[in-house]
Design a protein around this ligand. Structure first.
Ligand code: MG
Length: 254
């Protein structure tokens, strides 16, 4: 039997960027009694709390010790500390200050050159480029823009493909991944889900075959594909409804 259930977040556990629905929260909580539960995604720690942990209100502290947060594609790992009754960071692989500076300048220059630097559309206090410690993220309209506005900005990825192409000319030493609706994530090469999953294997002391991974972008080029390539068993879902269906099935045959 599998020991670990690991999940992409956006479009796998939720509607992208929103808290997980009640049903997913209940199912994940039940799964904590039988499996180690490992969400892994490019988002920041506070979003893991807002979108997942805060929604699992019925989970006991003991159950939470089986929830493992692989933040920023697993370049940061948080575990629940039973004594402190709080989350603690187990490891972190941040970018250096110089790397952050170089990426920030590169993306801004590229976006400006192409006419995609939309500073005037930002809401007060919002920013286009954000330092997420292990990655730098470009969000064309900022974090606070409305969902519809974001969807309309670059539905065919064409704008971001141009920005990425220019960034690669200016600073080829970094990887640029298109994600979400308006985002580009810049990381050092190899800091994708393979990095996170490799550390998961080590931290949880399990083997690849102990893991079942759920993701919506498992096709070549998708951000879940590196997990498939590692040879980890994967269930491809279209939405959190598919994930709920699969989890009910798993819990039903335990
Ligand atoms: Mg996804």
């Amino acid at each position: 039997m599998k020991k670990v259930l690991s999940f992409d977040i956006d479009q796998t556990l939720n509607v992208a960027k929103t808290p997980i629905p009640d049903e997913i929260a209940e199912l994940l909580t039940k799964c904590l009694d039988h499996f180690e539960i490992c969400p892994i995604s490019g988002q920041k720690f506070d979003q893991f709390l807002i979108q997942i942990v805060d929604r699992m209100k019925d989970a006991t502290p003991e159950q939470l010790t089986h929830l493992h947060l692989f933040v920023a594609q697993g370049t940061q790992y948080y575990r629940y500390n039973l004594e402190k009754k709080d989350w603690e960071m187990i490891y972190n692989y941040p970018l250096t200050e110089e790397q952050v500076k170089k990426i920030t300048e590169t993306i801004e220059k590229s976006a400006r050159e192409l006419g995609y630097w939309e500073e005037d559309k930002l809401q007060p206090g919002d920013e286009i480029i954000e330092n997420r410690l292990s990655q730098v993220t470009f969000s064309a309209l900022g974090q606070k823009a409305g969902t519809e506005e974001k969807y309309a900005w670059d539905p065919d990825h064409k704008k971001r493909e141009k920005i990425v192409k220019r960034c690669k000319e200016l600073a080829p030493e970094f990887d640029y991944e298109i994600g979400g609706t308006t985002s580009i994530n810049a990381v050092t090469p190899g800091m994708n889900k393979v990095f996170g999953m490799t550390h998961l294997l080590e931290e949880l002391n399990v083997k690849k075959e102990d893991i079942l991974y759920f993701g919506d972008m498992t096709q070549p080029g998708g951000n879940d594909y590196p997990v498939v390539q590692m040879g980890i068993d994967t269930i491809t879902v279209r939405s959190h409804e598919d994930t709920a269906f699969a989890l009910r099935g798993i819990l039903g045959v335990l």
